[in-house]
Design a protein around this ligand. Structure first.
Ligand code: SF4
Ligand code: SF4
Length: 190
């Protein structure tokens, strides 16, 4: 087909061609027949030829999760049971889904903060694990293997600090890094 016109842009020449207008295009008959063909093929494969179905009877039957499945978040504890999080805001900054909300408060010891509010919206979370990678305190982990719970209202999918700490345990990581890291790093040759 001959081009109807040529339009020159700053980078390339765009050739505009007419698309054929016919009954098949308007009624989408080709697509409908093709889709029905796929349905019939699966029907006869699963029923007629007695091959196993690809569906399972969930929730009675469940497919085992892969070994690298992460599961719901948890907030780790210090030795005295307090939350390890120092509300540094690294995890909400790294989170691409913007599903972490933290409101910080003073601990009163003059050195650290802690989260007064720590919430994660599990419906928005894309389970990327960047919050865990970003945390300098081993305060948040995603290793529970627990699937997000079924909820009736979206609000119920927001996990609060107590929810997250209830799955947490004491972490033995050194809060704030290993002692003497400043001198070790300054002695390193670049
Ligand atoms: S796993 Fe990813 S999306 Fe989910 S809270 Fe962490 S950073 Fe955000
Ligand atoms: S990165 Fe770790 S310490 Fe910082 S706010 Fe998040 S959980 Fe708390």
């Amino acid at each position: 087909m001959e081009p109807t016109f040529r339009k020159r842009t700053s980078k390339a020449t765009v050739r505009v061609v007419e698309r054929p207008e016919n009954l098949n295009k308007h009624l989408m008959l080709g697509g409908i027949i093709k889709g029905l063909g796929v349905t019939m093929r699966h029907f006869f494969t699963n029923v007629g030829l007695k091959k196993p179905e690809v569906t399972i009877n969930y929730p009675e039957e469940k497919i085992p999760y892969p070994a690298r499945n992460r599961g719901l978040h948890r907030l780790m504890h210090r030795e005295d049971g307090a939350v390890r999080c120092v509300a540094c805001m690294c995890c909400p900054t790294a989170c691409p889904a913007h599903c972490i909300t933290i409101v910080a408060e003073e601990t009163g010891n003059g050195n650290e903060k802690r989260p007064a509010i720590f919430e994660i919206d599990e419906l928005r979370c894309i389970v990327c694990g960047l919050c865990v990678e970003a945390c300098p305190c081993d305060a948040i982990r995603m290793d529970t293997g627990v699937h997000a719970h079924v909820v009736d209202k979206r609000f119920d999918a927001i996990l609060g600090k107590n929810d997250l700490m209830s799955r947490g345990t004491a972490s033995i990581a050194t809060q704030g890094g290993q002692p003497g890291w400043q001198t070790r790093d300054s002695n390193k040759t670049p």
